[in-house]
Ligand binder design. Structure first.
Ligand code: ADP
Length: 476
């Protein structure tokens, strides 16, 4: 049984969950402890105790610890990537890529912590200096989803520790294996007891306790809009700081002057890789009428060539859907799209493979309209729609016609349209002739509207959330 890590000790819970491989339902990855509310209180109390001394530990020591974590992750990237693919279902190259990114994130913050800087200003009153410095926020609760089980925890845990905070980490129920492996590495990196705590268990118990407990100063959450709103409402009751990363309904605009191969590549990768289970997935392909028919035909041919199979098998392009619940959701939306009058041009079928798993062929809807539910609600599966647009202005209007605002892409040879799109897409991230994603670990990640709330994550921008500003006035 894999235990929770609280106050420097590995502790069992009352229950255990069984972690199953979505590519092979007969493959049990392991048993993982389930924390209860008392254990969350214990973790928060230990983090509070540890904060006093951890918050003033020198930057060299913090840098060395983060570097050790990043170095071990990178040295074990193949093994960790394999565990990730086995547990979550993205393909092995994607799993190894994500493990690599997690290691790089820790290494980035090992250096970034040395760049801690403030500002000096002259006061409006002569002879007085003003210093602006940054201090850690305190104890931070980190609540993460299942779709990036190493990278998202890494991009929250690394800056939290770098800037001198203590951590209570609650991973998603479906991916305790990656969370445990990452916590194991952290537990051996030289952190004082209580600085980092792992509490696995259900959101309604463990996540809710983190949001409620007065000892948690700030909560960084990634997940669905409905849970994010609930966490924010609970945290607002006690005025805790909150950062939310939620869903997307990301558009990929394809103009008449697009390079067709680039457009198809962006759509295949953006919409279907990682089984479409990414908040940055391009779920709406907005295609100008002049290229529409050629694009749909080429995309259909490209989808036919994709191999959907065991995430760990060589040659697999798309792994399984993560679990039964998500599969039912995907199938529900496929039925809904057909019911709304969209044409299911490709896929959307359950597939039988050598091993028992949640295999779904990539689904493409054409002849869709912006008000259809399949164009308004996040599906989070290998399902994309095509919307026909009469030129650039119309495509931009459709692109922005969504409650979400995470990422938007455009495929075009026109600098004029690309420049206009960069400025006018109502999102946090824009891709020109590239698939929608948030790949680079050193750049800010996040969006607008219902996609995000609070400061950006990742890169140097992470300090906005994980530090608090102090202004000191000094008369010599
Ligand atoms: P999904 O539907 O993809 O599982 P969620 O938003 O429900 O997305 O889950 C994201 C994270 O939030 C998970 O770690 C989950 O356990 C946690 N969570 C779920 N419900 C709550 C809650 N009421 N309070 C705090 N965290 C929660």
């Amino acid at each position: 049984m894999h235990k929770n890590f609280i106050d420097g000790e590995w502790l069992a819970g009352g229950d255990a969950t069984v972690n199953v491989n979505p590519s092979n339902l007969d493959d049990v990855i392991g048993h993982y402890a389930v924390a209860d509310a008392t254990q969350v209180e214990h973790a928060v109390a230990s983090a509070r105790r540890a904060f006093k001394s951890w918050s003033v530990v020198g930057v060299q020591e913090r840098s060395d610890i983060l570097d050790r974590v990043g170095t071990e992750i990178l040295a074990r990237r193949e093994e960790l990537g394999r565990l990730l693919s086995r547990e979550e279902g993205k393909t092995l190259p994607e799993g190894i890529g994500e493990a690599t990114r997690a290691g790089q994130i820790f290494r980035f913050f090992a250096a970034e912590v040395l760049r801690g800087r403030g500002e000096l200003l002259d006061s409006v009153r002569p002879g007085i200096g003003v210093e602006i410095t940054r201090e850690p926020v305190g104890v931070v609760g980190l609540i993460t989803p299942w779709n990036f089980p190493l990278a998202i925890p890494a991009w929250k845990i690394a800056p939290a520790l770098a800037y001198g905070n203590c951590v209570v980490f609650k991973p998603a129920e479906l991916v305790p294996g990656c969370a445990w492996a990452l916590s194991d590495i952290l537990s051996r990196a030289g952190l004082p007891d209580g600085v980092f705590n792992l509490v696995m268990g259900p959101g309604a118990v463990v996540g809710d306790a983190i949001a409620r407990l007065a000892g948690v100063d700030a909560i960084s959450f990634t997940g669905s809009v409905s849970t994010g709103k609930r966490v924010a409402a609970v945290a607002a009751e006690r005025l805790a700081k909150v950062q939310l990363e939620m869903g997307g309904k990301n558009p990929l605009v394809i103009l008449d002057d697009a390079d067709l191969d680039v457009a198809v590549r962006c759509a295949v990768q953006g919409s279907y890789y990682s089984t479409g289970q990414r908040c940055t997935a391009s779920s709406r392909l907005i295609v100008a009428s002049g290229i529409h028919d050629r694009f749909v035909k080429s995309l259909g041919e490209a989808l036919r060539r994709l191999t959907v199979d065991d995430a760990l098998a060589p040659g697999t392009d798309i792994g399984p859907v993560v679990d039964e619940r998500q599969l039912a959701r995907d199938l529900g939306y496929i039925e809904c799209g057909t019911g709304e009058g969209a044409k299911l041009a490709f896929g959307g079928n359950l597939l039988t493979r050598a091993k028992r798993g949640h295999y779904l062929s990539p689904a493409l809807f054409t002849e869709t309209t912006p008000e259809m539910r399949i164009n308004r609600e996040e599906i989070f599966g290998p399902v994309a729609t095509v919307l026909r647009a009469d030129g650039y202005e119309h495509a931009l209007a459709i692109a922005n016609d969504t409650p979400f605002g995470l990422c938007a892409g455009i495929v075009t040879g026109s600098l004029k349209h690309a420049a206009h799109f960069k400025r006018n897409a109502d999102v946090g991230m824009v891709m020109v002739n590239l698939p929608t994603a948030g790949v680079d670990y050193h750049t800010p990640f996040g969006g607008r509207k219902a996609s995000s709330h609070g400061p950006r994550e990742q890169g140097a921008y992470a300090r906005e959330f994980f530090t608090t500003v102090k202004t000191s006035y000094v008369q010599a």
